[in-house]
Design a protein around this ligand. Structure first.
Ligand SMILES: [Zn+2]
Length: 316
């Protein structure tokens, strides 16, 4: 009796609430502010620019993705902000790259009071051996092989479906569509690099971020200016001499700088070795996507940009 009498009022409240939530969900600004109410959408936090792009592609309009690391910010020594803690504390799902790239994350999760699911996007990916500080976890730059990216989006899709079963069909559809694009990307890169003469497929990069790409497309790694794990390392005079000697010995045609790193050392080394340096607008996207509107503002575009740049610099 009592229940029946109260139900119209309850229904009114629920209707109002649903309308408010729907309004929240439809608000484009809510993408940037999941903590203030994400409506019925799954609240996701993603650490790196790559996994955030994957999460947006798989989640579509059924998730709100808060991306922790901004474009062109070095992910190797990231320091979380209070806003990151707030976002993580409010999230249902946290997507990370894994392979030891986010050394700061564990403590951040603990202080944020995060109670959701952490998705390690590297699950199931075959990890390359790492040097130096990366010997423990392996080489974290897994996304530069599109076949790994395909694995990563599968893992993300499974986690999203488990966290929001009502939207599982939408996630599966997004996964299928994006996987087709990743297959096309892989074939496209292989075709473009396949046109480079075998003797010219030599890569000198700013830091050692392209091991998976080099393995996948049978390039030759001549050397990197700084090691992969410490992007702030200073080179000794001997290090500089060594890399210059390697460039001369192998006949590598260019030194590639990266968008998230200062190009000065790359420029100096290229000059000493008498080869061109690829920097500025053409710099490779190694550790992060580029800012919105740049040639590397999505994962698919970043890999195409890198490939076109490499072909241009080494093929001429
Ligand atoms: Zn790196």
């Amino acid at each position: 009796m009592q229940l029946r009498r109260r139900s119209p009022a309850v229904a009114t409240v629920l209707t109002a609430l649903a309308a408010a939530l729907a309004a929240c969900g439809a608000d484009p600004a809510s993408t940037a502010q999941p903590a203030s109410g994400a409506g019925t959408r799954l609240a996701v936090v993603a650490t790196t620019t790559q996994v955030a792009d994957f999460a947006r592609n798989i989640g579509g309009d059924r998730v709100t993705v808060t991306q922790i690391i901004r474009p062109n910010i070095d992910p190797h020594d990231y320091e979380p902000t209070p806003a990151d803690l707030t976002a993580i504390g409010a999230a249902k799902v946290l997507v990370k790259n894994g392979v030891g790239l986010e050394g700061w994350l564990e403590a951040t999760i603990a202080s944020a009071g995060f109670r959701g699911t952490t998705v390690d996007a590297s699950t199931g990916v075959q990890i390359r051996k790492g040097e130096g500080e990366e010997a423990e976890h392996g080489d974290p730059h897994i996304w530069h092989d599109p076949r790994n990216a395909k694995r990563m989006v599968q893992t993300i899709e499974q986690a999203f479906a488990a966290a929001a079963p009502a939207d599982a069909a939408a996630f599966a559809k997004n996964l299928a569509g994006y996987s087709v694009k990743l297959d096309a990307l892989d074939a496209d890169i292989a075709a473009k690099l396949g046109r480079l003469p075998a003797g010219d497929r030599k890569l000198v990069t700013n830091h050692d971020a392209f091991g998976y790409y080099i393995d996948r497309y049978q390039l030759q790694f001549v050397g990197s200016i700084i090691p992969s794990f410490d992007t702030s390392a200073e080179l000794s005079a001997k290090d500089v001499d060594d890399i210059v000697a390697k460039i001369k010995q192998t006949g590598a045609k260019a030194v590639f700088s990266e968008s998230s790193l200062p190009p000065k050392t790359a420029e100096a080394i290229a000059k000493q070795a008498g080869v061109k340096v690829v920097a500025g607008e053409d710099a490779l996207y190694g550790d992060t996507l580029g800012p919105e509107g740049s040639a590397g503002d999505t994962y698919l575009k970043m890999e195409e940009h890198n490939t076109d740049t490499i072909v241009r610099a080494l093929g001429g």
